[in-house]
Write a protein that binds this ligand. Structure first.
Ligand code: UDP
Length: 320
């Protein structure tokens, strides 16, 4: 049986990956220190004997007995609020954590996939963003700890690929949403959806003209699966949904879909908030024969179903 280690396995995307690899017949090791991940995300996997949870910080020495065929490195705080509250941990997991995970992959001769991010493009001056764009990042701004850690992680992964001849992949993940996002982690989806369900004001930062492109998690997982299993492509690949909208349009769509009585209110725009973001997925289309399948409305409805059952939402009368 093939064995896979998923760091950040109790996180939003990590937990969906654990599920996918179990469904494909793998023995799955999910590792997480639970600073932003949650056991609730993987509680349903504990009855599966091919699933093992390891509570560990990936920046510490990694040891795993026996064979290991794949490592997917998904451990990292990933919301702007989280990585501003955990700046040192964010830098450490992208640098030292990636180093430890690559070291283990080298030892085990495992194929390695790095979860990188559209944040490597910073506040982009090229739009949409192709993989060939080098980005516009402020290293000392509030997002610097995340952006630079992931840029370093990409460099380290390429160095192991080139110097140690390792089998590696780099995926640049654009805004992804779905069930198991942590409520109120500061990101727009797990903030505005619960606000709409509770009938509270929807907080739009700035004038809401900044754009994002939202990909449903099952589409992302399929893209990752294809990149890892069906190619030997070691350069970065964008995965995301190219359907772009302004944050104000996003908020209006949430009000419409939920039928909520919520008002939209405007708050200050955080520093260095990218003005536009849209993935150029030409490469993924060609290389992986992949593109997102889940419509925005369908994905949002699935995610609303999840948030309706989250205790913080369930306890408010209008959320039930
Ligand atoms: N945003 C917002 N209201 C919120 C949270 C976020 O208007 O309550 C905005 C944020 O300023 C950004 C966009 O929504 O322009 C996406 O933010 P998120 O934190 O989800 O991800 P980012 O793409 O900025 O990393």
């Amino acid at each position: 049986m093939e064995r896979v280690l998923i760091t950040g396995g109790a996180g939003f995307i990590g937990s969906h990956l654990c599920e996918r690899f179990l469904a494909e017949g793998f023995e799955v090791f999910g590792m997480d220190n639970l600073i932003t991940g949650s056991l609730q995300n993987i509680a349903h996997l504990f009855e599966e004997e091919r699933f093992h949870f390891i509570k560990q910080d990936v920046t510490e020495y990694l040891y795993l007995k026996g064979d290991l065929h794949y490592i997917l490195h998904f451990a990292s705080p990933a919301s702007p609020i989280d990585y501003q509250q955990l700046p040192i941990q964010t830098l450490k997991v992208g640098s030292l954590g990636t180093h430890k995970a690559l070291g283990l992959a080298k030892e085990k001769k495992a194929r390695f996939l790095l979860a990188s991010t559209s944040e490597t493009y910073g506040d982009p001056l090229v739009h949409p963003q192709p993989e060939t764009y080098w980005g516009n990042v402020n290293p000392v701004g509030p997002r610097g700890v995340y952006d630079e850690a992931k840029r370093f992680a990409e460099a380290l992964t390429m160095a192991y690929h080139n110097y140690h001849d390792m089998d590696t992949r780099i995926v640049r993940i654009f805004n992804t949403y779905g069930p198991r996002m942590r409520i109120n982690d500061g990101r727009v989806v797990p903030t505005l959806l619960p606000q709409a369900l509770r009938g509270e004001d929807l907080t739009v930062f700035g004038d809401g003209s900044q754009t994002r492109s939202f990909c449903y998690v099952s589409d992302l997982v399929e893209g990752i699966w294809r990149l890892l299993m069906r190619t030997d492509y070691s350069e970065p690949v964008n995965l995301g949904n190219p359907q772009e909208m302004s944050i104000l349009e996003f908020a209006q769509a949430i009000v419409r879909i939920t039928g909520s009585q919520s008002e939209i209110v405007f708050k200050g725009l955080p520093a260095d908030d990218p003005k536009v973001r849209q993935p150029d997925i030409s490469l993924a289309r060609k290389l992986l024969d992949w593109e997102p399948k889940v419509s925005f409305e369908e994905g949002i409805r699935e995610t609303l179903d999840y948030f309706r059952e989250v205790p913080e939402v369930k306890q408010t009368p209008s959320g039930s």
